[in-house]
Design a protein around this ligand. Sequence first.
Ligand SMILES: Cc1cc2nc3c(=O)[nH]c(=O)nc-3n(C[C@H](O)[C@H](O)[C@H](O)COP(=O)(O)OP(=O)(O)OC[C@H]3O[C@@H](n4cnc5c(N)ncnc54)[C@H](O)[C@@H]3O)c2cc1C
Length: 380
Amino acid sequence: MIEHDVLIIGGGLAGMSAALHAKQAGADVAMLSKVYPTRSHSAAAQGGINSAIGVEDSWEVHAYETVKGSDFLGDQDAIEILCREGIEDIFALEHYGVIFDRDSEGLIHMRGFGGTDKSRTCHVGDMTGQTILHVIYEQLLKLEVQSYNEWFVTTLLMEDGICCGAIAMEMTSGKLEIIKAKSIILCTGGCGRVYEPSTNGLIVTGDGLSLAYRVGAVLMDMEMVQYHPTTLPANGFLITEGARGEGAYLLNANDERFMLDPRYEATTLAEKASRDVVSRAETIEIREGRGINGCVLLDCRHIKDRILEAFHQISELAKDYAGVDITNEPLPVRPGMHYIMGGIKTDTDGRCYRYNGEGITPLPGLYAAGETACASAHGA
Ligand SMILES: Cc1cc2nc3c(=O)[nH]c(=O)nc-3n(C[C@H](O)[C@H](O)[C@H](O)COP(=O)(O)OP(=O)(O)OC[C@H]3O[C@@H](n4cnc5c(N)ncnc54)[C@H](O)[C@@H]3O)c2cc1C
């Protein structure tokens, strides 16, 4: 039997971050992942991370816009932590070695994203997630964090009402092992493959939601599923919101920028309105007959230079999977399932909960973070 203080199930950005902090705090920590950690789905994150590091920005404005973007359903204590502490986190990532793109003055470049007219998305080209995964993984190697790579957790273990470990299979040998720990942190990502179409890869199967549910943990807001407005019809691959953040237009079959239509209530943000607003507008356009083969068009022709400079990945995806050179012609896109905003209910310390017949109480030993968790920072 294997034993650790802290067992982190998941080696994506949430799992790696938890492992790094637990190790720095002096714990005997192990991270376990069904894929090699740097192949976790966080590698797919293209556009970047919102953080109010700009001189004309503040975490309060970021928090207000996040509350508004959640249709006032997000929990404001969680949103405050996300926006306030997110500033330091960007600088910490940079100090670890994440080479964020720079502006002409050498400051971290921030691109526009949905739901705000401020540019506050820090990024590494359009490969932000992959870059950060590799940098944090280097830190874990440096600190000699124990990593069980290509191990698959099948069951969480409970003893006297306390979560005390997991059963995991080493995938190369098929051997089952019991791993005991004082704290178990689920960082198993989302459940995108339950949906079709989805921007999520084949490994995103909601394992943590099921593991937690089976030991009685409360799931919440499971109906809150985010649809991303720009995905490729052939396979659901994502075309980052950063393209619209940099000024790309959405057109219907009549060549109209339909996001300017007041009935969609996108205000002056137009194509940069929050994702639910844009996805809904696209769906209405398509259903009312102004789509093209079930899609609308993303037009990047007028921002050709920026595309060539900072969007290599989406240019290649469009060429390879839609046969479109986005610097010369508009790209057919449609909404696709992207992110589960609900998940395993946690408080802002990551504690999981269970229902005791009258109300909910903490489930000792079990924590969750990342996309599998729901601290309710996202709302609708
Ligand atoms: C195409 C795309 C683009 C995105 N772009 C952005 C962006 O620009 N900005 C942004 O903020 N967000 C973006 N997101 C969302 C963001 O990337 C994810 O929400 C986030 O990376 C999830 O991180 P995670 O650590 O929670 O999960 P993941 O990175 O999915 O990691 C899950 C981990 O759990 C492990 N695991 C799962 N089940 C088991 C099991 N049974 N046993 C053992 N291990 C298991 C996996 O191996 C993996 O290591 C994007 C998402 C997609 C799909």
